[in-house]
Design a protein around this ligand. Sequence first.
Ligand code: AKB
Length: 315
Amino acid sequence: MEEQIIIIGSNGQIGTELAIALRAKFGQHRVVTSDIREPQMPDTSGPFETIDVLDRKALHVLFTKYRPTQVYLLAAMLSATGEKYPRQAWDLNINGLLNVLDLSLKYGVNKVFWPSSIAVFGPHSPKANTPQYSVMDPNTVYGISKLAGERICEYYHSRYGLDVRSIRYPGIISWKAAPGGGTTDYAVHIFHEALKNNTYTCFLSANTALPMLYMDDAIRGTLALMDAPTDAVNIRSSYNLTGVSFTPAMLANEISKVVPEFTITYVENDPRQAIADTWPNSIDDTEAQQDWGWKPQFDLTSITEDMLTNLKNNR
Ligand code: AKB
């Protein structure tokens, strides 16, 4: 059977690159991109629909029109923006997910992908090599919504048999589209500023270690999870996944090997520091390795080189 895919929230950092990868894999017209906003550049690579995931009627129309076999739901409000607008963050992240799960059941969608985050962990979770199963007491509305979302995904799988698959993304580093409103965004901004101004003012402290993943690995991992045989996907909440863990100081040091004039300074008391302080420093992704063969390809050095090369070439 030919796949028919809808990506909801396709204009963001991950959606932009997932759409390219899915269109390369399944064919341009098999992948419908959709977002609440029109793309900045008109999207000529396949069908695009403007959609608000909170608008159930419009979603019905979308599902009726395209009869998707797979749905990727990426529309969400991230951690830092979520703290500014907690009620809206909860509404979008939870009701958007419920709308998509309900319609996926109704229209017989074969597979649903929904991203969770390392934000599901909290101040009492183990900080180093945080395991798949541990104390989870997120204290951001984003983290709380992701944890609730994980529970509801598992419920739709066990109760209704819906094939929902999910990854707890760490910070994602990429050069094609900017991240929007997260705590890990510094690890993207720093590259742009290094090339533009040779300097960066970081909103996290020098020694704040966070788990990160290069976009190429994130896309590869997402497709691998979605391709895995149903009975290999043992976790229906969301899989821990990581690439590499580093601090702003470590990243700055790596950048200065390529941009020797690069300097970094740090601001204190940014609200994103308090969020980062509750998140894991590093992640144990043994279950993803065992269940569907996860293995990242990019380390800090190759991420840095690839980011700087691509940003230079695409200026
Ligand atoms: C954020 O910083 O909010 C996101 C995430 C780790 O989920 N990048």
